[in-house]
Design a protein around this ligand. Structure first.
Ligand code: PLP
Length: 659
């Protein structure tokens, strides 16, 4: 068999490497780590990917050490490691970027960041953001009834802002208005005109004059994958005529409610800064026009969308952003200031709802490679026997011809490849009609891959544009598959759904040049369950540079996982939530860290309950089967009891492989 599962491959597509000149910086460059890592990650002297605390690199945590310590504590992989200090630092960085911009550009009002909990609702994440954000007055944003219920009790100060986006029913509006009566700074953002009328009705009944905001449907088009969240195609927002009608009613004084906030959201991961500038200028213009009509709007909320540099390049297309955090803050502050100053209108309080940029960096998914599927060539000393099929001899002759001549040109190598392909096709046909024994078929497969590997290694020094297409794709066909203990559908849904690339990097051995090419595949029985795009400086991004597997654990980290992935993950093949660990930097602790908390992964019992299978019923059925087999004499009673014990103990296991 050619594509066999092999924990320690003997022959692969690997090329021996001279490691003498390989440095940690070469490894960082290969995986674009310095770009997407934003100073939070680096390669340490021992070749580990490390999380940097001080951002100067003086305090590093080797992530593989965290993984080992978690395993000692009985935590099963995959595990999502949260570096809580990175989360805190992101809060400070985003707020400081706006503060710096406000000071530098002479903006005369302040900035409030609100955290949209939809991005990562985990309680610890929300509490950490609020705690780190206290000196900056950070608030929260909710987008549903459940999120409203979760966020309200976290408004410990009356000043703390809670922005309520998303469609709201009467109950939600009543709750929000009642909170305003208590003195809480909760602002419902009207998503459509009907909601405004419902709010008005609620306010009338409660005899209050609530403050509210409006999400405006701008004409400025968004950019990036989520561009349709704003503009004409958006399912949210009030149109300009509807806004004018609201303003008319407010001015007439007949309606309850005070418009205090203007909001837009262009979609997540805005790729192009110019698109953001246009939208901010448009909303600022609306603000100015309303102020000139004596509508006391105070807040201008530019929504989320601050992007994360997942791709390790500043391209401005697709998922790749073309700006830095500081440029984003400057673009917002400067655009509002310019529009207001032109009409001598006071600057509003600026709000942004950045979620992705706040949370993405702090969590890393650590995976273990469970084995590899290699394209096995024939043993190097193989010589066909007289009894072997003619096709085996033909294939071997091709290989022998290549071995005897080191000066073959690409055209001759292509001819060798064509011969090997023709021989393999013929072998397949003969096998399917029963004329070729299984062992001979296996030999032709092995020799085919030997020819491919030999051709491929001869081509390494030729520039790709000088080679025929068939030979360029050979490289791709020879890539190994590394089977990883995780589910793409549970842990990287955006990769499966929209092709979002997340940086993947081997967590150790980076003091050696990676000598294999691999595609990472998951445990699910779905051919989509693999990572098909990598962030790398290789010519192609369809494979990951890795090391050949040895008889020891091999860990891979998937980075920038903190935004959206946990909560959107689905349960394909009943793989559940992965284990989690909350890690803090501490220079006084061994290896510079301590694990504050671990959260076990979902058990098989919990996953089964989601689809209405319950242990008592399953166990009773299993008992009936075993009992009947004992009665039939197929199994001894002791063995039956043991089998039932083994079955029962699975309920408490993780849904992932235990190694
Ligand atoms: N605000 C609103 C209204 C949203 O819908 C979203 C998510 O798309 C966000 C904020 C968060 O956006 P991001 O995570 O891109 O900052």
């Amino acid at each position: 068999m050619t594509d066999t599962l092999n924990v320690a491959p003997e022959v692969g597509a690997s090329v021996l490497i001279d490691n003498q000149n390989w440095t940690a910086q070469d490894a960082a460059d290969l995986y674009h780590l310095d770009v997407w890592g934003e100073g939070y990650f680096s390669v340490d002297e021992e070749g580990h990917v490390a999380s940097d605390h001080s951002r100067t690199g003086s305090t590093q945590i080797a992530i593989a050490r965290v993984v080992e310590r978690l395993k000692q504590r009985g935590v099963t992989l995959p595990v999502l490691i949260r570096f809580q200090d990175i989360l805190r630092e992101r809060v400070a960085q985003i707020n400081t970027a706006f503060r710096d911009s406000i000071e530098e550009l002479g903006y005369t009002n302040r900035y409030i960041g609100v955290y949209p909990i939809k991005v990562n609702q985990l309680h610890e994440v929300v509490e950490e953001v609020l705690d780190a954000g206290r000196p900056f007055g950070v608030g929260l944003e909710c987008g549903s009834k459940a999120e409203l219920v979760a966020t309200i009790p976290h408004l410990d100060s009356d000043e703390t802002l809670l922005i309520c986006n998303g469609y709201k029913d009467r109950d939600m509006l009543q709750l929000i208005v009642s909170l305003q009566k208590l003195g809480k700074n909760v602002i419902p953002v009207v998503e459509k005109f009907d909601e405004y009328e419902l709010l008005t009705d609620v306010a009338d009944k409660l005899m209050v004059n609530p403050k509210f905001g409006v999400r405006v449907r701008l004409s400025a088009a968004g950019s990036g994958k989520w561009a349709d969240s704003g503009g004409d195609l958006s399912k949210f927002g009030v149109s300009m005529p509807e806004l004018i009608e609201m303003v008319r009613r407010e001015k007439d004084g007949g309606e309850a409610g005070t418009l205090r906030l203007l909001h837009f959201h262009m979609g997540s991961q805005i790729s192009d800064i110019q698109a953001l500038r246009r939208a901010v200028k448009e909303i600022a213009q609306i603000f100015v026009q309303l102020r000139k009509r004596d509508i006391e709007v105070q807040y201008l909320d530019v929504g989320g969308g601050l992007g994360v540099n997942y791709e390790g390049e500043l391209a401005g297309t697709g998922n790749a952003i073309n700006y830095t955090l500081q440029e984003y803050a400057n673009a917002v502050v400067q655009s509002v200031r310019e529009v207001c100053d032109a009409e001598t209108i006071e600057h509003p309080v600026l709000i942004s709802e950045s979620g992705r940029a706040l949370t993405a960096h702090h969590s890393v998914l650590a995976l273990e490679v469970a084995g590899s599927y290699a394209k096995h060539g024939a043993p190097t000393d193989f010589v066909p026997a007289e009894v072997d099929h003619q096709l085996v001899h033909d294939m071997w002759n091709t290989l022998d011809w290549m071995a005897s001549d080191n000066s073959l040109r690409p055209a001759e190598l292509l001819e060798a490849y064509h011969d090997a392909v023709a021989n393999r096709q013929e072998a397949d046909t003969l096998f399917s009609f029963g004329y070729l024994p299984l062992e001979q078929k296996a030999l032709t497969d092995q020799l085919f891959w030997s020819v491919c590997q030999a051709i491929n290694s001869r081509l390494q020094d030729n520039p790709p544009d000088s080679l025929p297409d068939e030979l360029i794709t050979l490289n791709h066909r020879l890539v190994e598959q590394y089977l990883c203990n995780f589910s793409v559908f549970q842990s990287m849904l955006d990769h499966w759904a929209i092709g979002q690339r997340f940086p993947a990097v081997p967590l150790q051995h980076l003091n050696r040049k990676p000598d294999c090419k691999a595609v990472l595949v998951d445990l699910t029985c779905d051919s989509d369950g693999k990572i098909h795009g990598y962030v790398t400086s290789n010519d192609e991004n369809s494979y990951l540079s890795v090391h050949e597997l040895k008889d020891e654990p091999y860990y891979i980290g998937i980075f920038l996982m903190g935004a959206y992935q946990d909560i959107m993950g689905d349960s394909h093949n009943l793989f559940g939530r992965v284990a989690e660990a909350h890690v803090y930097f501490d220079e006084t602790e061994p290896d510079n860290f301590y694990i504050e908390k671990t959260i076990p992964s979902t058990t098989i019992e919990e996953m089964l309950a989601l689809v209405q299978y319950f242990p008592s019923d399953l166990f009773r059925r299993m008992e009936t089967i075993v009992k009947s087999k004992v009665e039939q004499g197929l199994i001894k009673p002791t063995a039956g009891v043991q089998l039932l014990d083994e079955y029962r103990s699975c309920f408490g296991d993780s849904t992932y492989l235990q190694r």
